[in-house]
Design a protein around this ligand. Structure first.
Ligand SMILES: Nc1ncnc2c1ncn2[C@@H]1O[C@H](COP(=O)(O)OP(=O)(O)O)[C@@H](O)[C@H]1O
Ligand SMILES: Cc1ncc(COP(=O)(O)O)c(N)n1
Length: 272
C-alpha cells in the first residue's frame, strides 16, 4: 500500500492541519502518517493558542518513519519557525524524498500567524527548492513574490517568478479571488499553464480547504499520478468537500472529507 506523510501542525478542531491531511489520505486510499510540528488550540472560531514542538522532536518523528516505514509522498503544512524548516529540509534530503508537496501555510483564515515572519526566508532558501510542487493561496504567493495578485494574468506572473526562484511546479489557488462565481487555480510547470476552474460556493465553511487540497495532491502523487492528474483529482475532492456541507461548530466550519468517496460510490452503483 502506498504511504503518505504529513509534516504539519495539529488543529484540535479537526478541520485543518494534520487532522485534515490524515482524513484526506484515508479517503484517497493511502496509508497516512504524521510528524507534528506544533499543537494549536483551535476551533471553528479561531486559534486560541500555538505550542510549537522542538526541532529535535520533529526530526525524531521523521527519523522514526524514515528508518522503518518510508513514504511514497510527503507534504508540509504549518512549520511555524525557521529552526523547524531547516530541520525538515535536512531530513527530506537525507531520505531523498522526491514527491514533496509544500503548502506554505502562513496565516489561518481567522488571522492567526502560523509561520513567524522571520521564517519566510528560510522557507524560500531551504524548503522550496526541495519541493516537487508548492500550493500557495493568493496572500501567500504575494508574500513569496512581493507582487500584488488580483487577476489570472497576475497569478501566472507570480507563478513564473516562483519558477525562477527554483520551484519546479507551482499552483496558485483561487480561494481568495474576488470573483464571485468561480474559484480558479493555476498550475505552472515551467512550460505550460493549466487552469482548474470550479464553481465558487457561497459558504463560510472553508476551514482547512488548503490543507485538504494539498493532502489530496500528495495522496495522488503517492499512488503514481502525474502532477496534472493529481491536481485534477484534488480539485474534484475539495469541490465535493465544500459543496456537500456538514455543520460543525459556530464559526468557519470544516469541509466534508467523506463527500468525494460518497459521490464516486453513487456514480458506481447508479442504475444505467
Ligand atoms: N468558496 C469556494 N468555492 C469553491 N472552491 C473553493 C472555495 N474556496 C476555496 N476553494 C478551493 O479550495 C482550494 C483551497 O484554496 P484556498 O482557499 O485558496 O486555500 P487556503 O485554505 O490555503 O487559503 C482551491 O482549490 C480553491 O479553488
Ligand atoms: C494547524 C493548522 N494548519 C493549517 C491551517 C490553515 O488552514 P486554513 O487556512 O484553511 O484555516 C490551520 N488553520 N491550522
Amino acid at each position: 500500500m502506498q504511504k503518505a506523510l504529513t509534516i504539519a501542525g495539529s488543529d484540535s478542531g479537526g478541520g485543518a492541519g494534520i487532522q485534515a491531511d490524515l482524513k484526506t489520505f484515508q479517503e484517497l486510499n493511502v496509508f497516512g502518517m504524521s510528524a507534528l510540528t506544533a499543537v494549536t488550540a483551535q476551533n471553528t472560531l479561531g486559534v486560541h493558542g500555538v505550542y510549537p514542538m522542538t526541532a529535535d522532536a520533529v526530526v525524531n518523528q521523521i527519523y522514526a518513519i524514515g528508518e522503518d516505514i518510508g513514504a511514497d509522498a510527503i507534504k508540509t503544512g504549518m512549520l511555524f519557525n525557521a529552526e523547524i524548516i531547516e530541520a525538515v529540509a535536512i531530513q527530506i534530503k537525507k531520505y531523498q524524498w522526491k514527491n514533496v508537496v509544500v503548502d506554505p501555510v502562513m496565516i489561518a483564515k481567522g488571522g492567526a500567524s502560523l509561520l513567524q515572519t522571520e521564517a519566510i526566508s528560510a522557507l524560500k532558501k531551504y524548503l522550496l527548492p526541495l519541493s516537487k510542487v508548492i500550493t500557495p493561496n493568493i496572500p501567500e504567493a504575494e508574500v513569496l513574490t512581493g507582487m500584488t495578485i488580483e487577476t489570472s494574468q497576475e497569478k501566472k506572473d507570480a507563478a513564473k517568478k516562483l519558477y525562477e526562484l527554483g520551484v519546479s511546479n507551482i499552483i496558485i489557488k483561487g480561494g481568495h479571488d474576488e470573483d464571485p462565481s468561480e474559484s480558479i487555480d493555476i498550475l505552472f510547470d515551467g512550460k505550460e499553464f493549466y487552469t482548474y476552474t470550479s464553481k465558487r460556493m457561497n459558504t463560510k465553511n472553508t476551514h482547512g480547504t488548503g490543507c485538504t487540497f494539498s493532502a489530496a495532491i500528495t495522496a495522488e502523487l503517492a499512488k503514481g499520478a502525474s502532477i496534472q492528474e493529481a491536481v485534477q483529482t484534488a480539485k474534484q475532492f475539495i469541490q465535493a468537500a465544500i459543496e456537500d456541507q456538514i455543520q460543525v461548530g459556530h464559526g468557519h466550519g470544516p469541509t466534508n472529507h467523506w463527500a468525494y468517496q460518497k459521490r464516486n460510490a453513487v456514480k458506481e452503483y447508479a442504475p444505467r
